[in-house]
Design a protein around this ligand. Sequence first.
Ligand SMILES: Cc1cc2nc3c(=O)[nH]c(=O)nc-3n(C[C@H](O)[C@H](O)[C@H](O)COP(=O)(O)O)c2cc1C
Length: 209
Amino acid sequence: MDLIESLQWRYATKKFNPEKSVSPEDLQTILEAGNLAATSYGLQPFQFVVVSDPDLRQQLVPFSYNQPQVGQASHVIVIAVRTDVDADFIRASAKLTEKKRGLEEGQLDGYAKQMIGAIMSMNDEQRIVWAQKQSYIVLANLMVACATLKIDSCPMEGFIPADYNRLLELDSKNLHASVVLPVGYRAEDDEQQSFAKVRKTLEEMTLNC
Ligand SMILES: Cc1cc2nc3c(=O)[nH]c(=O)nc-3n(C[C@H](O)[C@H](O)[C@H](O)COP(=O)(O)O)c2cc1C
């Protein structure tokens, strides 16, 4: 399938087949695609929280306004933003770049200082919003990867972050649930798959300057 065909095939799945699991290899590919998302200064201020345990997924249903997808899907990927981004975290990222690119120790100290100036000038709330914006780019990468593998998914903002944080013990790890993506295989009787895709035309959506 080419890219556009894959994206036409994808839809926000409302009913998953609970009997079908995503293979570990495919899950790895999906997460790799998420990990290759662009991030501000390359800082990756989030983590993937992969919920596989069926009981735990079931417990997420009431915290998702009773949307059944999180209980039925093969895995639920929660993109959780870090609430502990600080100067040390930023310096560690610069050190990783030095190492990966074979640079001299300390070569990126100036750059790290610059990043710290920019990122730490935001207050805690602003920094979380900054990280959350990036979590949606990650979400898109995950969804496109799923579609190319013919794996279904449903992007979800319809959940209660505080309850997810508590159940998945994210608070204690300095994480905050930002956006959720159940992945798996569509149920044969998910009516949603037969609905026509509704999009405005590209002409309507594009301004050429
Ligand atoms: C940020 C975001 C949040 C969404 N939240 C939910 C949700 O909580 N539950 C749900 O069933 N669909 C959710 N959707 C899916 C949208 O309703 C769906 O993508 C849109 O109607 C277009 O349909 P399509 O994706 O099937 O083409 C969400 C989509 C996005 C991008």
